[in-house]
Design a protein around this ligand. Structure first.
Ligand code: SF4
Length: 306
């Protein structure tokens, strides 16, 4: 297991900031192609609650997002300017006209100090045109594809209405490895999904590790993002919570799961995230997820033990 900051430092040789952008996509799980209503936890903004306005041109979104980063780090001792990774985060950022989407990725990469590209998507939304366009980009730039998986338990997958299967995920990882071994794949998992046991959760971690390692060269790495499920307003999960049919993990339960999950990660696994960042204005529960400072300090302790 490797720290994200060390990984990005080794790739870019400088401090790196991820900036959230919106390619204007929707999701096949919302527009009726695969499903309607989305995953039961997904907010109306499609997991990109921090991205700059979707109606703005990409160049403008990049400038706004860079300004936001600079306003946060300005005056902080030890912080310095660096490079940016353009992160297309909202909904399914490979779902749409391939030419238009590739144009947006290139536009972001042409902006000053943008050194890499990250694209969040679903495993069933990587058609050959998009994938070959991303493979071409990866010849000259760092490219990261983030795949939602959330769980390897198919029953839970159906319950949360994700509308894709483990096979879709296995296929997507294999196709990315084949198209461009340099592309860094990051898989998203959620702990605390309804009805999941500790064994389900640890099995999901084992599954991601085993699929990610298959086809990787020995020097290559893969990434993982883990978060505890949180409940946002106006989602089916919120209705379940209000009806007393779902309780989120406590901080202690989440940390205890992480303590068991982290030792399952091999040395070439980059841990991109272990905490969610729910928008406070939409968050219903659990409240502990907003206490970022304390969580990050506690996570540091966990990472040192693993
Ligand atoms: S696949 Fe992603 S964007 Fe689509 S509904 Fe599920 S969480 Fe939201």
């Amino acid at each position: 297991m490797q720290k994200l900051s060390d990984f990005y430092q080794s790739v870019f040789d400088c401090k790196t900031y991820k900036i959230s952008l919106d390619a204007g996509c929707t999701c096949p799980n919302r527009d009726g192609t695969k499903g309607v209503g989305g995953c039961i936890f997904c907010s109306q903004n499609g997991s990109g609650d921090f991205a700059a306005g979707r109606s703005l041109p990409i160049t403008q979104q990049v400038e706004n997002a860079k300004e936001l980063v600079l306003s946060k780090i300005r005056g902080r001792t030890g912080e310095r300017r660096g490079k940016y990774i353009a992160y297309f985060q909202n909904f399914t950022s490979t779902y749409g006209d391939p030419q238009q989407l590739l144009g947006k990725y290139h536009e972001a990469l042409s902006c000053k100090d943008v050194a890499g590209l990250a694209v969040a998507t679903r495993p069933d939304c990587l058609n050959s045109q998009i994938l070959s366009g991303l493979a071409d980009i990866s010849k000259n730039h760092f490219v990261q594809i983030e795949l939602g998986l959330q769980t390897s338990n198919e029953q839970t997958g159906r319950f949360i209405n994700r509308c894709y299967t483990n096979e879709d995920y296995i296929d997507a990882v294999a196709r990315i490895h084949e198209a461009a071994p340099k592309i860094h794949i990051v898989t998203h998992l959620i702990f605390g999904l309804p009805s999941e046991t500790e064994e389900d959760i640890l099995n999901s971690v084992r599954f991601v590790v085993s699929v990610s390692l298959s086809g990787l060269t020995r020097q290559s790495s893969f990434g993982i993002k883990i978060t505890s499920l949180y409940i946002l307003k106006d989602t089916p999960l919120a209705a379940m919570y209000e009806a007393g049919k779902y309780q989120p993990l406590t901080k202690e339960a989440y940390f205890s799961l992480l303590q068991k999950a982290l030792p399952l990660l091999p040395p070439n696994c980059i841990v991109h995230r272990l905490t969610g960042d729910p928008p406070k204005s939409l968050l219903i529960a659990p409240a502990w997820t907003t206490d970022k400072k304390r969580i990050i300090n506690a996570l540091r302790g966990l990472l040192l033990q693993s």
